[in-house]
Design a protein around this ligand. Structure first.
Ligand SMILES: Nc1nc2c(c(=O)[nH]1)N[C@H]1C(S)=C(S)[C@@H](COP(=O)(O)O)O[C@H]1N2
Ligand SMILES: [Mo]
Length: 221
């Protein structure tokens, strides 16, 4: 047990550098210069593990909800806009350290979409996929049912921009920002957690801010 604990602590700084050095490498290859600080981003950084992402709009955007549900569904942007919207204002926190305080996010509660689709009893978790073709994320069903987990259409009181993962991203308020998958296109109910893109590369699946990714012993302020 002791040995495992020490290995975990030793691995943490390496993993933290992992995301930054990966993005650094991507920036070198990115002729658009989009990787890095967003202009007028108010402290946000642009992150994409895909080299380029084709934009989607109200005509060609679809969000599919399938897997272990009674009624597989496909939503247009208008259909999502027509549902009750919830606004959540919290600090955005990236696991690499940058933070954007008091950021409003707005959208449909994920729990409302799950209720509408009807969860089959075998379902325990959710796999999220993205129209960048690469990124993925996961939540347990009980995490997904929290009222501060949104299928997000607006950020900072504006429609979500393409750079921030628009027209629709996932927003998981209590967790590090890597859980908030940009360019969300698929929600699939599964029987167990299927770790997402960064989680396969060493980040925690349960990414509670301040209580994961080697920060469990951080002083609480
Ligand atoms: N599809 C996709 N979603 C993603 C990422 C990504 O690379 N691709 N990066 C994650 C990480 S590590 C962070 S910090 C945030 C960054 O969001 P932003 O680009 O809007 O600042 O998106 C998260 N969601
Ligand atoms: Mo991040």
């Amino acid at each position: 047990m002791l040995g495992l604990g020490a290995a975990g602590v030793a691995a943490a700084p390496y993993l933290q550098r992992g995301m930054e050095s990966f993005l650094g490498a991507a920036a070198d290859k990115d002729p658009t210069g989009l990787t890095g600080l967003l202009p007028n981003g108010g402290g946000f950084r642009y992150y994409s593990v895909a080299a380029s992402v084709p934009p989607k709009n109200e005509r060609n955007y679809r969000l599919t909800l399938d897997g272990l549900v009674e009624r597989p569904t496909s939503y247009t942007l208008d259909a999502l806009r027509a549902l009750p919207q919830t606004r959540v204002v919290r600090d955005v926190q990236c696991v690499t350290g940058w933070r954007v305080p008091d950021t409003p996010f707005e959208g449909v509660r994920l729990s409302a979409l799950l209720d509408a689709a009807g969860i089959r009893p075998e379902a325990r978790a959710i796999r999220f996929t993205c129209f960048d073709g690469t990124y993925s994320e996961s939540l347990t069903l009980s995490q997904a049912r929290r009222s501060d987990v949104l299928v997000c259409l607006r950020m900072q009181d504006k429609p979500l921009s393409h750079a921030h993962g628009g027209p629709v991203r996932l927003y998981v308020a209590p967790m590090y920002f890597y859980k908030s998958a940009k360019w969300l296109s698929g929600i699939s109910l599964t029987s167990k957690v299927d770790p997402g893109y960064w989680e396969e590369r060493g980040y925690d699946v349960d990414a509670w801010v301040g209580r994961s990714n080697g920060r469990d012993d951080a002083p609480t302020v």
